[in-house]
Write a protein that binds this ligand. Structure first.
Ligand code: FES
Ligand code: FE
Length: 421
């Protein structure tokens, strides 16, 4: 029997043990206690707008199918055949009337019901199809974000998101006058533990250091916008491990203060948009193109980051997959969506000026961690500066590690099953 690590010895308010990125027993515990018993994001509504549409993805280490049935209901089903456990569908997305396992041809409906078994008479009455549907997970949706969980007893999704909900609502304003839609994704793996990326989403401290090449690649006006470390930004604990890092407070609510000047880098776009849109509409669309001024970290693995979704999937204790999903305006001007994609590529793209530099830093953290547990992971930046808002949220200046401490409090609660953050 595996002797699980004593989690209480691994985490204090201001630091974590050096083994948290490299202990494989701890990783096994995380996959069970965190990824099997929390709400895990699986899709955005725009990825399956019509009956019959589906995508395949993962909840923790488990492959799942997310499908919309003929009545429009979304199902999230374990992508494992009830015969021998094969994955039933390996297409990334598509439209289907049913899912047929390629091994012996068992056929499942869009809701997972087992509809057909070839040569069923061979079972001589021992097979009750009604008892063998694809395993359905619990599914709930908030403002277009579809989550699923294996745990039938945890709180509702809305309660779980709690004080993060107003930030999700703000994030969705990037559709300008339209709903938001996903516009494709790219993914990569890095040779490091998933928590390194979890920490990074609200780590403003690294930005001017790691992302100096990005800052050197933009015009002065853009550089000033992104030199936020000494600005009015803040980072705030939203409960349940969620947090928000506000880098550019002026951009938080994209519908406010639409009279400000158009940034230099969007002047040409504004001119082109003005052929079909009023000046007020042009300003609203241009603001949306630039994205929100914050990163929202939803524990354990979704970031709503400036102008895209980032989803992380642990592959092993030493390897993590990251998906960057571009978002745009569903029905909005094509030139505005194209501009958003170009900005996305500039920073997040595989050849961009941001992500490859982040990945190098995470790789170094992991390699350091593999060398031994003697160096603790410090999480203490800004502890002395934290204050409390009326709703109880802890907050501090933007480069504080308040968001990381929030995530680790929920991590600890899940891992010890003692209480809630
Ligand atoms: Fe799916 Fe046999 S494993 S039909
Ligand atoms: Fe970064």
């Amino acid at each position: 029997m595996t002797a699980f690590p004593d989690v209480k010895q691994l985490l204090a308010e201001d630091r974590a043990d050096g083994s948290i990125y490299s202990n494989s027993d701890l990783y096994d515990m995380e996959m069970d206690r965190i990824f099997m018993h929390n709400w895990i994001w699986v899709a955005h509504r725009s990825e399956l707008p019509e009956p019959g549409q589906f995508i395949t993805t993962f909840v923790g280490s488990h492959p799942v199918i997310v499908s919309r049935d003929r009545q429009g209901v979304v199902h999230v089903m374990l992508n494992r055949c009830r015969h021998r456990g094969a994955t039933v569908c390996e297409q990334k997305h598509g439209k289907a009337a049913s899912f047929v396992c390629p091994y012996h041809g068992w056929a499942y409906g869009l809701d997972g019901a087992l509809r057909g078994v070839p040569h069923q008479d061979g079972y001589t009455g021992q097979l009750d199809k009604s008892k063998l549907p694809l395993v359905n997970l619990r599914v709930e949706e908030y403002n277009g974000l579809i989550f699923a969980t294996f745990d039938k007893s945890i709180m509702s999704l809305e309660d779980w998101l709690g004080r993060a909900k107003p930030w999700i609502d703000l994030f969705m304003k990037q559709g300008a006058y339209w709903p938001i839609k996903t516009m494709g994704e790219h993914k990569f793996t890095f040779p490091g533990n998933w928590k390194i990326q979890l920490e990074n989403t609200t780590d403003a401290y690294h930005f001017p250091i790691v992302h100096k090449p990005y800052l050197d690649s933009v015009d002065k006006e853009t550089e000033d916008t992104f030199s936020f470390l000494d600005g009015e930004g803040y980072v705030e604990d939203l409960g349940h491990g969620h947090s928000v890092m506000v880098m550019i407070p002026d951009l938080v609510d994209l519908e406010e203060d639409l009279d400000r000047p158009i940034p230099m880098r969007f002047e040409k776009l504004a001119e082109d948009l003005s052929k079909d849109h009023t000046p007020q509409e042009v300003r609203r669309i241009v603001r949306a193109v630039g994205g929100t001024g914050f990163n929202l970290n939803l524990f354990p693995n979704l970031a709503c980051s400036m102008a895209f979704f980032r989803v992380l999937r642990p592959l092993s204790v030493n390897e993590t997959e990251i998906r960057h999903i571009a978002i745009g305006m569903d029905g909005g001007p094509a030139i505005a969506n194209q501009a958003r994609l170009r900005l996305h590529e500039h920073f997040q793209g595989p050849m961009g000026f941001g992500t490859p530099d982040d990945a190098e830093a995470w790789d170094r953290v992991q390699r350091g961690s593999l060398a031994g547990r003697d160096i603790p992971i410090l999480l203490n930046r800004g502890i002395g500066h934290e204050a409390k808002r009326e709703n109880g949220n802890l907050y501090s200046d933007v480069s504080a590690e308040t968001g990381m401490r929030a995530a680790y409090r929920q991590w600890f609660a899940d891992m010890t099953e003692e209480n809630e953050a």
